[in-house]
Write a new protein. Structure first.
Length: 197
């Protein structure tokens, strides 16, 4: 079997997405990839939960297995130029991803339905020239790569590459995020929390 390195994502493959971020980073501008009349959005905070995502919905650079996506509070995001070029990719999806109709890049994803992450917008910091963003924290939805055509025999190699970068790989999200989802669902369903100690 070949041991060739798989193309995880340019920011992971180069190590740039793993550099420590800046404390108190104020945010920055994200731009689509059009040559002119770029769609731009402004973030007034750093991202949280920045991670490599293997799901089939997130925008990925050509040839990359993963996207790099983090979240910001909804009120920390504003469209600053050419917003008329944005269109929702799939209005039925819980995360409505706004993409540039010319270059196809997703600028942000927003949740409008009742959901554990409502109030957070999903963004790709690689669309910014600023340095200081939170580095990639983990990799999620690794098994989802199979449904997108990755040979199942390669997923262990993907996980080994991620481990070599110091990233824990999950087949959903990280345990703290999965706990947040479970807690939100439990509260919605009226579950009373109790201590077993």
């Amino acid at each position: 079997m070949s041991t060739k390195t798989l193309p995880l994502h340019p920011l992971l493959d180069s190590g740039a997405g793993l550099k420590p971020g800046s404390e108190n980073f104020p945010g920055g501008t994200l731009s689509c990839r059009c040559a002119t009349n770029k769609v731009t959005i402004r973030l007034t905070s750093n991202v949280a939960h920045n991670h490599a995502c293997g799901c089939s919905k997130c925008w990925k650079p050509n040839g990359a297995l993963f996207s790099i996506v983090g979240v910001v509070p909804r009120d920390a995001l504003s469209i600053t130029a050419n917003g008329q070029k944005l269109s929702i990719i799939d209005a039925a999806a819980p995360i409505q991803r706004y993409a540039c109709t010319e270059c196809g890049v997703h600028l942000f994803g927003r949740i409008e339905v009742d959901h554990p992450f409502k109030g957070l917008d999903f963004v790709h910091t690689e669309l910014s020239d600023a340095e200081g963003w939170q580095p990639v924290q983990f990799a999620g939805f690794v098994s989802s790569l199979i449904g997108q055509g990755l040979d199942p025999s390669l997923t262990d190699r993907v996980r080994e590459q991620l481990k070599g970068l110091g990233l824990q790989a999950y087949d959903a999200l990280s345990p703290p995020l999965m706990d947040a989802i479970a807690a939100w669902n439990a509260k919605r369903d009226g579950v009373v929390f109790r201590s077993v100690i």
